[in-house]
Design a protein around this ligand. Structure first.
Ligand SMILES: [Zn+2]
Length: 325
C-alpha cells in the first residue's frame, strides 16, 4: 500500500481548502463530484462511480440508513477514492465480511481509502498537538471523537497508533462483552479477546493506571502499564529451585507440574526475545515479564504465590547474566 502518498493527499487537501475540524465533508465532496445520500438496502456503506472517466464528474453515494458518524467516515473514504489517482471505475464499499477471495486489489484500495479518510478526519498535526503534555488517554479519546465528529472507536484506533508502548484499550458493550480490544505497538501485555466478558480491571492487576469514559452504550477503558517495575528482592537462589517450591505448594500432580513448567517457560521465552533484541534493563525486563504473565488465568496459582517475585527476580538475573556472557 502506498500509504505515505495517500496520507499526503489528505494533508494537502487540508492546506488547499484551509479545512477546520470537524471537517465539512459535504462541502468538500461537492467540490469533487456529485454527492447523494440514498437508501441502499444491502450491506453497502457507499459507492463511488465514474472514477477518472474523462469528461464526467464522479458520483458519490452514501447509505443514509447507516449511523451518522459512520456515514461521515464513509464519505471521507469515498472522497479518498475520488482523489487517489489510481482508484478507477466504480467501487462498492461493502463492510460485511462476505468479500470474494482473491480480491487483493480491492483490499489494497480499501486500505488506502481508509488511510486517507483517517488523516482527513483526524490530521496527524492535530493529533500531535493534543498529545503534548498528555496524561489521560481516555480524555484525549473522548476529545478527539467530539472535535473531529467521529465515532469513539474510530478515535480509539487512531489514538492507538500515536501512543507509546504500554497501553491496552478495551471496549465493552452494555452487556459487559468485549466489542473491541487492542494494544499500542511495543506493548508486552496481551489484550483480552473479543467476545469475552472479563473485567479487565481485575485481570490486569499490575497496571499502573486505568482511564475510562462512556460513549453511548459502550464503555471505553484504557489501561496503562509501567515501563519499568522494580523487584528489590536480592535473591541468591536458583530460579529452578524457587519454581519447584512454588509448584510443590500448588499441586501434587507431577503431570500438572510439568504442564505448568512448560507454560511458564512459554511466557518466559518472550522475555528471552526481549533480551536478544537488546533494548532492556533489569526493571524494564521485569515489567515485560509481569505484563506477559498478567491476564494468564491458568497461571494464576503460580503468579499469585508469595514466592513468585523471588522466582521472577532470580530468572531475570539469570537471563541478564547469560546475555552478558
Ligand atoms: Zn472503498
Amino acid at each position: 500500500m502506498r500509504k505515505c502518498v495517500v496520507v499526503n493527499y489528505a494533508k494537502r487537501m487540508h492546506v488547499r481548502h484551509s479545512l477546520e475540524l470537524p471537517v465539512d465533508l459535504i462541502g468538500l465532496a461537492k467540490k469533487y463530484g456529485t454527492l447523494r445520500f440514498i437508501d441502499i438496502p444491502c450491506q453497502i456503506d457507499g459507492i463511488t462511480a465514474n472514477l477518472k472517466v474523462p469528461g464526467t464528474k464522479p458520483t458519490i453515494l452514501v447509505n443514509k440508513t447507516r449511523p451518522k458518524k459512520r456515514q461521515r467516515f464513509t464519505l471521507a473514504h469515498e472522497i479518498g477514492h475520488v482523489v487517489i489517482p489510481w482508484h478507477m471505475g466504480t467501487i462498492f464499499d461493502i463492510t460485511d465480511a462476505g468479500v470474494p477471495d482473491g480480491a487483493i486489489d480491492y483490499w489494497d484500495m480499501e486500505a488506502e481509502a481508509n488511510a486517507f479518510a483517517t488523516e482527513l478526519l483526524m490530521p496527524s498535526s492535530w493529533m500531535l498537538g493534543l498529545l503534548e503534555n498528555f496524561n489521560n488517554p481516555a480524555e484525549i479519546n473522548e476529545k478527539m471523537a467530539y472535535e473531529a465528529n467521529v465515532s469513539a472507536i474510530a478515535a480509539t484506533l487512531r489514538l492507538k497508533t500515536f501512543l507509546p508502548p504500554g497501553y491496552i484499550f478495551v471496549v465493552y458493550t452494555s452487556d459487559g462483552k468485549i466489542a473491541y480490544s487492542g494494544r499500542t505497538e511495543g506493548t508486552h501485555a496481551s489484550p483480552p479477546a473479543r467476545g469475552e466478558d472479563q473485567r479487565a480491571k481485575e485481570q490486569y492487576g499490575y497496571a499502573q493506571d486505568f482511564y475510562e469514559f462512556h460513549s453511548g452504550q459502550e464503555h471505553y477503558l484504557w489501561i496503562e502499564f509501567p515501563s519499568e517495575v522494580n523487584i528489590t528482592l536480592d535473591t541468591k537462589r536458583k530460579w529452578r529451585d524457587v519454581l519447584d517450591e512454588i509448584l510443590d505448594d500448588v499441586t501434587d500432580s507431577e503431570e500438572q507440574k510439568r504442564t505448568y513448567k512448560q507454560q511458564v517457560n512459554g511466557v518466559l521465552g518472550y522475555a528471552n526475545g526481549v533480551v536478544r533484541r537488546g533494548d532492556y534493563n533489569e526493571r524494564s525486563l521485569c515489567s515485560a515479564c509481569i505484563q506477559r504473565f498478567n491476564g494468564k488465568e491458568h497461571l494464576k496459582p503460580i503468579t499469585s504465590h508469595l514466592k513468585f517475585e523471588e522466582f521472577l527476580s532470580a530468572k531475570i538475573r539469570d537471563l541478564i547474566d547469560k546475555a552478558g556472557r
